[in-house]
Design a protein around this ligand. Structure first.
Ligand code: PMP
Length: 402
């Protein structure tokens, strides 16, 4: 490597370390179960997006193994070459039916899907209106597209309407795209979807909703927030198979025309190898389980409410979370790291989330609940959080709040 490149890397890393934002990878024996082992220690896992506990479900494993026997390990090519098996087609049809849409199109990941959808629909003559807390893959999709963009304050439909109105009066004639997470990944709160959909209709804007943390977890039988609030299901929605479904990959739902459009235009769909058959088969098995047990998402939300209310009663600030993602706001990055470390020493694994993932001064511990957590697991978590919170002076002696 050249010395200029080495200098650049060193300076960049030093700046990250100085701001206490250095990140490290933690290897685990098994990361998706309610209890995990790190460095030989058993810890309660409150940091997995395997919300429904399906990642190691015997039926998913059997389906994956059978697919490997029948189709081999890799797909061998991109979808438009020789990478599409009958399993891919079956999964797309089943997912479209599940979400009540005309069509679904698989992508390799939610990251690819958001990048692909946004950069396919808009270019430099168009405008994107985006919630300030949208996921990084949405932001990167907007940057890649070269579109003009306006960020509206988190869940603020008054400002969103003003921005749309300004576009109208300025005579802007390119495409307008409004994009929002339905469940926000670091706050666990939900977007005001019906209001946003109403504005999109009024101002002729295309609505893209990222249902990454909602599909499988919220709405009737896990069909997501779009379905729950009764928005036209043929808007464009991005859904992951990596979280509620416990596998990997993503799918975009919409009309038949949207599927044809993305199949022909989305570079993140066209120029990458298709999902391995084993993952597709495991996703089909996850969908079978969800359809057979439509109350599974509800059980997840009941467990999440128990933990959230418990944290609030202890005096912690959980922002506006109303889902399985529960932030415990600390503010300062160093204190947040100390808390995560202390929780870990007492047997609870919950990660510290710091800028740039969240805004400056909004560092937090992010808890995520799984349907496979038991009541005892969550009681244990509350006991440890209370103990650590008191030791660190984050909560008072009694239940008297911060
Ligand atoms: N959207 C949101 C809101 C997310 O939180 C994530 C991942 N955390 C993604 C998209 C990307 O999904 P994937 O992990 O499947 O790439």
């Amino acid at each position: 490597m050249t010395s200029t490149a080495q200098d650049f890397i060193e300076r960049r890393l030093e700046a990250i370390r100085r701001r206490h934002l250095f990140r490290q990878i933690t290897p685990l024996d098994h990361g998706t179960t309610p209890w995990i082992t790190i460095d030989g220690r058993k810890l309660l896992n409150l940091s997995s997006n395997n919300y429904l506990g399906l990642a190691d479900h015997p039926r998913l494993k059997e389906a994956a193994i059978a697919a490997i026997r029948d189709y081999g390990c890799g797909a061998g090519a991109s979808r438009l070459v020789t990478g599409t098996t009958s399993l891919h087609e079956q999964l797309e049809q089943r997912l479209a039916a599940f979400k009540g849409c005309e069509q679904a199109l698989l992508f390799s990941s939610g990251y690819h899907a958001n990048m692909g959808v946004i950069s396919s629909f808009v270019g430099p003559r168009d405008v994107v209106l985006s919630d300030e807390l949208n996921h990084a893959s949405i932001i990167d999709g907007i940057r890649l597209s070269g579109a003009e963009y306006k960020i509206y304050p988190h869940r603020n439909i008054v400002v969103l309407e003003r921005q749309l109105d300004e576009l109208d009066t300025s005579g802007h004639c390119g495409l307008r795209l409004v994009v929002t997470d339905s469940v926000f990944s670091m706050d666990g709160d939900v977007a005001p979807l019906s209001e946003i959909a109403g504005l999109c209709k009024k101002y002729d804007a295309l609505l893209v909703v990222d249902e990454a943390h909602a599909t499988g977890c919220l709405g009737p039988g896990g069909r997501g927030l779009v379905s729950q609030v009764g928005v036209d299901t043929n808007i464009v929605s991005v859904n992951t198979l990596s979280k509620g479904f416990g596998v990997i990959g993503a799918f975009v739902t919409g009309s038949g025309q949207i599927k044809e459009f993305l199949t022909n235009v989305a570079r993140q769909f066209i120029f990458t190898t298709a999902l391995p058959p084993a993952d597709v088969a495991a996703s089909l098995a996850a969908l079978d389980i969800l359809e057979e047990d439509p109350e599974l998402p509800q059980r997840l939300q009941q467990k999440a409410s128990f933990l959230r209310i418990g944290l609030q009663k202890l005096g912690f600030q959980t922002l506006n979370s109303e889902t399985q993602i529960i932030p415990l706001l600390i503010g300062d990055s160093t204190r947040t790291l100390q808390m995560a470390q202390a929780l870990r020493e007492h047997g609870v694994y919950a990660v510290a989330i710091r800028p740039p993932t969240v805004p400056m001064g909004a560092a937090r511990i992010r808890f995520s609940v799984m349907a496979s957590h038991t009541q005892e697991d969550l009681v244990f978590a509350l006991e440890i959080v209370e103990k650590v919170g008191r030791e660190m002076g984050l909560i008072g002696r009694g239940n008297d709040g911060l």
